[in-house]
Design a protein around this ligand. Structure first.
Ligand SMILES: [Zn+2]
Length: 609
């Protein structure tokens, strides 16, 4: 089935819906588990002050915490997943709120643990670990705790800082209100007479899909002032955010705001600098792609940003869900029989909620439920894009399964840094399979374009953004002014570095700094999209070349990465698998991938003119 003819969930066959009985038979069973962990949390609180007394108490606290968290996965997922399938169900919403309240209690009730561990001298604590076998699985957790110690202040200073958490989030909240709640979106009339309100979603929709150039131009021209007209206010807000980052970094004795942000996952600074530098020096493929587009669209010398996303060739092919399952399954063949067997289980047993229905959350995700299995949410509509979404989310699910199976509970959870390697690796497997299978040039062109756009969006653009954030923060750190003009200047220079001088016709300055929510919500976050993508491309390259030569070591290393959960710092995990993000080589894997795909696209486009 491509998609059912109904949005009524009750009318969709059970085989396409989640089976919640895998978690609990009913709400009574949920309630009973919930009560059990509430009791256990009380016991954990009673342990306060005892951790210092010896290895046994420390171990007991860790074990109890694991017991609570293990069950918490299920207690959380049971209402959360049901809510996703119908956000209007008030009973479920109420239960979800109960869980949220418990989560807040849980974090308050466990806040004493790390500070108390830090009171134990590190050397002594490590001796306990050596002497107590059962404590050894917690060694990495302890090391992480002690690593933080250098940047944790005395209790009174920590308290003082905590008073400023809310006031310093004002800038970020203001941005969000100004660009969502209080924004007056313009209305435009399209060529066909239809009137549309130019929301963020509608704007990208027109730029991505509208074949009418006048409509794209109109959308761009009407959307631009939304930000340009308030650029001074936005600059003041953004400066507030950079100021805050710099102030907190200084308070905690970090070398810079970037050092502070990288610290939580122990990411070396070179990972960031290597990415920004290497990508910045290798933008030829990106420029060639846009030149190719300009030529193909007959827009040479008049190619605008609003022409840069619309598809070159539409593939109208729809994929039945069974066909999609067949394709994704075939694509992971190369990862071995154990992987494939797990993959089949995940596809066939009510682990995927496939189709859209009224009230269901949009988009797609994979949520691991410890001790049960991962749950995948889709809103499958049969497009090529959604077949890739299925491959992506399944990649996350298998990563979850392998980590859960091979790691103790406290180490099974992986970071986002590694997570997107598993998902994009599988997208690449699918792309190569579909390119190989396809006999339809239109489908092939659509596939290549989708893949290239993906590289541009996840890798190049995010790296350019990362470069921007770094430069802006450095201005504050160097006591230089940060105004709308200086911010625009950074963007303009980056624009030229990435896209060259004459690929695009620009009649207005590039002010991307005004409209990227990530800059305002979570600074220094976006680089991770690019590094994950690079690690994935590099590992993919190694696995494929290995296979061709009959060398299965790269594959084994890759599978070991998927099995490693969170048993080390992400950069170390990736390095062990073969992708060293401090090395230029790793980043260049994506650059080469882009170059190859652009060349192939060029060939196909010329052939099909
Ligand atoms: Zn993902």
């Amino acid at each position: 089935m491509i998609s059912p003819k109904t949005l009524d969930r009750n009318k969709i066959a059970q085989q396409y819906k989640w089976d919640f009985t895998h978690i609990y038979d009913n709400w009574e069973a949920w309630k009973s588990d919930f009560n059990k962990i509430k009791d256990k949390l009380k016991k954990l609180e009673e342990m306060k002050g005892q951790l210092k007394t010896g290895a046994e108490s420390l171990l007991a606290a860790f074990v109890l915490m694991d017991e609570i968290e293990k069950v918490l996965y299920k207690v959380y997922a049971y209402p959360a997943l049901q809510k996703s399938t119908d956000n209007r169900d008030n009973d479920v919403l109420a239960k979800m709120q109960e869980v949220s309240m418990f989560l807040a209690q849980f974090s308050t009730a466990t806040a004493w643990i790390s500070p108390e561990i830090m009171e134990i001298p590190e050397e002594e604590c490590m001796e306990w670990v050596e002497e107590t076998t059962a404590l050894q699985i917690y060694k990495f957790n302890l090391q992480k705790t002690y690593r933080q110690k250098a940047h944790i202040l005395s209790e009174d200073k920590e308290r003082l800082l905590s008073y400023f958490a809310n006031p310093t989030s004002a800038a970020s909240n203001t941005y969000s209100m100004l660009t969502t709640a209080d924004v007056k979106f313009p209305e435009i009339e399209l060529k066909n007479g239809e009137k549309v309100k130019l929301t963020h979603g509608e704007y990208s929709n027109i730029l991505n899909t509208s074949k009418e150039r006048v409509d794209r131009k109109k959308a761009a021209e009407n959307f631009y002032p939304l930000f340009a007209d308030i650029k001074n206010t936005l600059a003041a807000i953004y400066k507030g955010i950079c100021d805050k980052d710099v102030a907190f970094a200084k308070s905690r004795d970090f070398e810079s705001s970037l050092h502070a942000k990288l610290n939580s996952n122990n990411i070396p600074l070179e990972v960031y600098t290597n990415l920004v530098k290497t990508v910045g020096e290798n933008t030829k493929g990106l420029q060639k792609y846009h030149q190719l587009r300009a030529k193909y669209l007959n827009l040479e010398n008049d190619y605008h940003a609003y022409d840069s996303r619309v598809s070159l060739m539409e593939s109208n092919k729809k994929y039945d869900f069974d066909e999609a399952k067949g394709l994704v399954k075939e694509s992971v063949n190369l990862l071995g029989t154990d992987y494939l067997k797990k993959y089949e289980t995940a596809l066939e047993n009510g682990w995927i909620d496939v189709f859209e229905n009224e009230g269901k959350s949009s988009g797609a995700y994979s949520m691991g439920v410890y001790g049960v299995h991962p749950f995948v949410l889709m809103n499958y509509n049969g497009t090529q894009d959604h077949v890739f979404t299925l491959a992506h989310e399944m990649g996350h699910s298998l990563h979850t399964m392998l980590s859960e199976e091979n790691q103790p509970f406290n180490l099974h959870e992986y970071t986002i840094f590694v997570a997107e390697v598993a998902s994009t690796f599988n997208e690449r497997l699918l792309l190569d399979l579909m390119l190989k299978k396809s006999t339809d040039p239109q489908e092939k062109i659509a596939l290549l374009q989708q893949s290239i756009e993906n590289i541009l969006g996840t890798f190049f653009t995010q790296t350019m953004f990362a470069d921007f954030e770094w430069q802006a923060h450095q201005k504050i750190e160097n006591d230089e002014p940060l105004t709308a003009d200086t911010l625009t200047e950074i963007c303009e220079k980056l624009d030229e570095k990435y896209y060259g001088k004459d690929v695009f016709t620009r009649d207005k300055p590039n002010i991307f700094w005004t409209r990227i929510p990530h800059f305002y919500r979570s600074p220094f976050y976006v680089y991770q999209y690019a590094t994950s993508f690079a690690a994935s491309a590099s590992l993919y390259q190694q696995v494929i070349t290995g296979e061709e030569k009959g060398d299965y070591q790269p594959l084994e290393k890759y599978l070991n990465l998927l099995k490693s959960g969170g048993n080390n710092y992400p950069v170390e995990q990736l390095k062990k698998a073969g992708a060293d993000l401090t090395k230029e080589e790793t980043i260049l894997a994506v650059i080469r991938q882009l170059d190859e795909q652009v060349d192939e696209l060029e060939y196909l486009l010329m052939k099909n003119r």
